[in-house]
Ligand binder design. Sequence first.
Ligand SMILES: NC(=O)c1ccc[n+]([C@@H]2O[C@H](COP(=O)([O-])OP(=O)(O)OC[C@H]3O[C@@H](n4cnc5c(N)ncnc54)[C@H](OP(=O)(O)O)[C@@H]3O)[C@@H](O)[C@H]2O)c1
Length: 231
Amino acid sequence: MPIPGPVDSIESLLAEDDRPAPAGRPWVAANMVGSVDGAFARDGRSGGLSSEADRAVFRALRACADVVLVAAGTARTERYRRPVEAGGTRARLAVVSGSLEVPEDQPFLTGAGPDPILYHPSSSDPARLPAGLEPRVAGSDRVELPLVLSDLHADGARMVLCEGGPGLLGQLVACSALDELFVTVSPTLVGGDQVGLVGHGGPYDHGLGLHRVLREDDMLFLTYRSPREPA
Ligand SMILES: NC(=O)c1ccc[n+]([C@@H]2O[C@H](COP(=O)([O-])OP(=O)(O)OC[C@H]3O[C@@H](n4cnc5c(N)ncnc54)[C@H](OP(=O)(O)O)[C@@H]3O)[C@@H](O)[C@H]2O)c1
């Protein structure tokens, strides 16, 4: 079970991978860090599971993406900024929300780069949203991810990078729209109730093929790809 030798540049390695966009939507990758027992957060945040190498992968993936897609809960908890402000990428942020609860001091409301897109269902009224967002309807009672992906495709996006949270990742799995999954396995056991990298929907029967294994010290970096339906 060989693991490749030292990688000169994680940016080049990830950027050189082929990611052919399927018909009608962008290529969809997701990036998550988890403990060995599948916890997605420690003390409510993912940072406690991360490392410098994991942050390097996080940045390298963002550099490949046209859009960073995130659920509103994660954007609020992790105090999301515009990806261009966070460095190393031209990607635009897209946030999925039903409540349209965006704190006035949410960092992504200001800064360089285009205003983030805020996908919401038609049942919620964007009139009370703060400035600094571009609201778009995608669904009636809740946001439907296939509508989000076809809308981003119409914008010209070729790669969307989902950064969670787990519930949003589960929704991508549920609609068979996950092409590539990056999982950093953090060498720790956490337990508790913040366990389950794809949330608590399902059960799903979504097979994956192992595309790459990297490691740094005790941390593993796994890349999986979803098998393509025969054309
Ligand atoms: N380990 C990792 O890599 C990683 C990555 C990301 C997040 N996390 C962690 O995950 C936790 C947050 O996860 P979470 O499950 O609590 O929240 P979440 O999945 O990030 O966000 C849930 C919220 O997203 C919105 N949402 C999701 N799907 C929607 C849909 N189809 N339609 C409308 N709105 C939708 C809703 O926002 P509204 O409430 O605005 O309606 C919902 O309350 C945090 O602890 C964070 O640190 C870990």
